[in-house]
Design a protein around this ligand. Structure first.
Ligand code: ASP
Length: 344
């Protein structure tokens, strides 16, 4: 007889875990003991599902690194017992949490699938059921006993994306996410079609290593025409600041004014890491392609290539939490650690 598949389902909150109060019409968290009532389909999957609610449930705007840590530690504690892990999360910051987890769970060899919904689980037109059931199926999908997608992913509507390539793109449509610079790992239609050549498989025999320490001293500096020296310096001189994501124009370009160069150079000389990430959704930073990015190289700025903002922010927080030596961090920033960017 085939072994029963098992999934650990973590509820962190978000719209997916809400239902309308029949009296007032207001949205409120569902009672987890009644999850099967909302979703009788869960029983029919034949999969053993254990649900863990993170109480109080959070709107994902309130999800902070301690919640990332809690998810990582729960996965570590239950790693042997379950075939896969599903995390229900608000859509607003899901790509940040899922990206952070992709760095924290080194040598992951089981699926960790994030999903959520645009409409509460208790509403008739909700996308919650389909997203959740398919996420559970993907978390247990295996071939000859080996998981098909041993990665941290986001499943939404009909796409399975690598988590650290994903961005929330739409506040209204059911298709809320996209991965602009990396193809989907699977598409769910009548069948779930996996695109194995895009899926990362760990080397056999490597054990899961969970590292949860995070350093939040990171800022984002988004450029716009007319940005003042005062604004740039205010950000680069935040007390305790250790790293900045510079959101630049096009292929990684920035103003050529002397004050701008001096401010960046002064910051990197003080040991602040500056990662260059384009404001475009698609494509990569190519420092040196235009004169307007040559200066950045000489100011000590590092390319984040085609990283998403979510991936580069959480990668910096993770690296600053793990390593003290700035050269160790710079080295890891310049390589793709778990498929988060394409180095050109
Ligand atoms: N504000 C909600 C959240 O991110 C939206 C959602 O779940 O879709 O928690």
């Amino acid at each position: 007889m085939e072994k029963e598949s098992a999934v650990l389902l973590m509820f962190t909150g978000g719209t997916i875990s809400m239902s309308e109060d029949p009296a007032t019409g207001a949205l409120r968290p569902i009672d987890f003991n009644r999850l099967q009532e909302y979703m009788p389909e869960l029983k029919r999957t034949g999969i053993r599902i254990k649900s863990v609610p993170f109480l109080p449930l959070l709107d994902s705007s309130d999800v902070y690194p301690p919640v990332w840590e809690r998810i990582a530690l729960l996965i570590q504690e239950n790693y042997e017992e379950y075939d896969g892990f599903v995390v229900l999360h608000g859509t607003d910051t899901m790509a940040y949490t899922a990206s952070a987890l992709s760095f924290m769970l080194e040598n992951l060899s089981k699926p960790v699938i994030f999903t959520g919904a645009q409409l509460p689980i208790g509403m008739t037109r909700s996308d919650a059921k389909e997203n959740l059931i398919t996420a559970i199926e993907i978390a247990t999908a295996n071939e000859n006993g080996q998981p098909i997608v041993p990665e941290v992913c986001i499943f939404f509507e009909d796409n399975l994306f690598r988590a650290n390539r994903t961005t929330k793109k739409n506040a209204e449509h059911f298709s809320a996410f996209n991965s602009y610079n990396y193809p989907p790992l699977a598409k769910a239609g009548v069948h779930i079609k996996f695109f194995r050549s895009y899926i990362h498989y760990p080397s056999p025999g490597t054990a899961l290593c969970v590292r949860t320490k995070i350093d939040q001293n990171v800022a984002i500096l988004k450029l716009f025409p007319g940005i003042t020296e005062h604004t740039v310096n205010a950000i680069l001189n935040i007390p305790g600041l250790k790293a900045v994501v510079l959101e630049s124009f096009g292929a990684g370009n920035a103003p050529r004014q002397t004050w701008f160069f001096n401010s960046l150079k002064n910051a990197t000389e003080r040991g602040i890491l500056i990662a260059n990430k384009t404001q475009c959704s698609t494509g990569s930073v190519e420092m040196g392609r235009y004169e307007t990015s040559l200066n950045l190289m000489s100011a000590g700025v590092i390319s984040a290539y085609d990283s998403t903002t979510e991936a580069i922010v959480t990668k910096l927080m993770y690296l600053l939490g793990q390593y003290e030596n700035i050269d160790d961090i710079k080295h890891r920033l310049s390589i793709s650690m778990c498929g988060e960017m394409t180095v050109i």
